[in-house]
Design a protein around this ligand. Sequence first.
Ligand code: SF4
Ligand code: SF4
Length: 373
Amino acid sequence: MSEERLEIGSTYVLKKEDFNTLLSRLTEKGYETIGAKVENETLVYDRISTLEDFPQGYVSEQEAGHFRLTKTNHERYFDYIPGAHSWKQFLFPSRTELFTLRKNDNWQTELPSEEQPKYAFIGVRGCELSAIQIQDDIFMRDDFTDPIYAKRRQNLFILSINCLHPANACFCTSMQTGPKAGAGFDLSLTELDDVFLLEVGSEMGRLILNGMPLEAASAFVLQAAQKGLERAARQMTRELDTSDLPELLTLNLNHPHWHEIAERCLSCGSCTQVCPTCFCWDTVDTSDVLGKETKRERVWDSCFNIGYSYQAGGNTRPTIHSRYRQWLSHKLGTWVEQNGTLGCVGCGRCIVWCPAGIDLTEEVPVFREDKKA
Ligand code: SF4
Ligand code: SF4
């Protein structure tokens, strides 16, 4: 199929044996291709170079406080649901050098290179695409743009994947972020048993496909993909009623249930580290023992850290209940006022990776039930 006939918004069939050509095209254009792979019995996002690097045949068992990879006998590559890793580690790295001061005769400032990597994310779920867009609103505002994030984001190629096999912790349908990826991808895949259905989302996506051996999508293939998406939406077991969220949480700031949650919460911050939308950071200075070099780095912070709310000689959130309340009422409440969207995309990571198995889809209805009473 020639380049002239490819159109943005159109779908084509890509044979699985031709997927590696697509990856090679991205590499030739200077992209570092990143995707999911199995490491230490879990899933990580890391550099991939062929389709065989993906976790073929694996599915992820996910429940509150529980994640396990299971090998099945099917041969699909994208049936897994991601683990603790999210794409934010590449656009907003957990540790970034801002500058180094070095003392020779005088103190000299060394700035890191302004060059930023050029990533192609392969296998971005609908919820994850929405999370990237939420972080875009945080880091690329009209009045302030973070130069590190912005450069990485502008360089980015996104190949999204529509979810046909959600895990038990997913609730993207409630948040309207999946199972089909929304706008914003360069290319989007749906994996069927024998072939991929490929949708073109951008000019760059169209360019990458230039001259690739694609076929027109038959009605049968289109229907199979659509039915798979409908089945995935029906399989979603968790849900979150978002209809009254900011008001609900604001009205319940003094509810005793915050204290009940705090009896289980360890204030470990795992939920904020795995959340693809959490964006808080701190600056940390480290010096060598001779006092000749000091490095300042930006590192991920968490509203569960005791020092996070330290102001003017005192901690404004000294208790676990106040820190959990801050986290949840920001995600599902004040985030809307600040950014125009909720701060949650329904990926389920905070549920799965909470060592206490705290599940926001179970906690929020407690406030609503009391409101009805
Ligand atoms: S709050 Fe939890 S479910 Fe929502 S986006 Fe963050 S990690 Fe995912
Ligand atoms: S809710 Fe869970 S993951 Fe989050 S701080 Fe509390 S114990 Fe840790």
